[in-house]
Design a binder for this molecule. Structure first.
Ligand SMILES: Cc1cc2nc3c(=O)[nH]c(=O)nc-3n(C[C@H](O)[C@H](O)[C@H](O)COP(=O)(O)O)c2cc1C
Length: 280
């Protein structure tokens, strides 16, 4: 059996790729992705997420549109989400885990929640009446160098930079910024949140840690994504949950996701979402 990936490393290796080699994946990579799609990780809030690897996106003439953002990709990972209260957080969590599995296989990916022809992708997974499709990713071997479009999108979104640790993470309440050096065992799980992907790199997650665990808040970017009919930044929150949990477990911070009473007041415009509650 293959060794389990060290998720903190995989999270560091991941970045969004928009330029792909025209060649297909290795059969072993296809097999591993199909296995990962067949058995998605359980979603924290229990929403059903159906995953599918769509091969031959270019060869068979099917037009899986990304408005020119993605070049050369031969395959996509696509998910169908059952509608529900916390569906987007669940999708972010489950789909990011699949993206990390692909990263661990040496493949490139790129979350696409805005620049995609949703109807065309929806057809490939034959959406049921209660299902919808929030986002997809190309998957495959990447070009050695990023293309012009990729470079331009990354520059526009400021993809290489992140907010400072103390702007995102807090000790007990939002009045006390937490510096990396003072975060103790939370340092690596929080860093895994910080370097995670988010739509247009807006980084809307905030985390307060205390003796009970890590409490996740969403600080939505005003007006962002208003052209979409869903709150795309809730996907970012699910991604943060995925990263935080994987690396917390690596550091021995065992726990579970729970919605508890908000441990402190939310920042202006923000709201409490969920906590990683440490096991007693
Ligand atoms: C929910 C979500 C939706 C995204 N949608 C798009 C998209 O539609 N088009 C695109 O080119 N990149 C998209 N991205 C990629 C982000 O721009 C990228 O994650 C961010 O700039 C950080 O860069 P990195 O992923 O290389 O670390 C999306 C990312 C997330 C998390």
């Amino acid at each position: 059996m293959a060794a389990l990936p060290i998720w903190s490393q995989v999270i560091q290796e991941r970045s969004s790729w928009r330029s792909y080699e025209a060649r297909p994946m290795e059969p072993a990579q296809v097999q591993a992705l199909e296995a990962a799609c067949a058995q998605p990780v359980p979603s924290p809030f229990g929403t059903a997420v159906r995953l599918q690897l769509v091969l031959g996106a270019a060869q068979d003439g099917k037009k899986l549109g990304t408005y020119g953002f993605i070049r050369g990709a031969q395959a996509y990972l696509v998910g169908a989400l059952t509608r529900g209260d916390r569906d987007l957080e669940d999708y972010g969590y489950v789909f990011e885990r699949l993206i990390l599995e692909a990263t661990a296989l040496g493949l490139g990916t790129c979350w696409l929640g805005g620049t995609l022809d949703r109807a065309a992708f929806g057809e490939t997974v034959q959406l049921g009446p209660d299902e919808w499709l929030p986002a997809v990713t190309p998957v495959g071997p990447t070009k050695a160098k990023r293309g012009l479009v990729d470079g331009a999108v990354r520059m526009f979104a400021g993809s290489r930079s992140r907010k400072e640790f103390g702007e995102l993470f807090f000790d007990g309440s939002f009045e006390r910024p937490l510096n990396d050096g003072d975060a103790g065992p939370w340092s690596q799980p929080l860093e895994a949140v910080r370097i995670g992907p988010s739509a247009s790199n807006k980084q809307p997650w905030r985390v307060v840690v205390d003796h009970g665990g890590a409490h996740l808040f969403l600080a939505p970017t005003p007006g962002y994504g208003s052209f979409l009919n869903f709150e795309i930044q809730r996907l970012d929150l699910g991604i943060a949950m995925c990263h935080l949990e994987l690396v917390a477990r690596e550091r021995g911070l065992e726990g579970s996701w729970q919605q508890i009473e908000a441990p402190c007041e939310a920042p202006a415009g923000g709201r409490y979402m969920v906590s990683w509650v440490l096991a007693a």
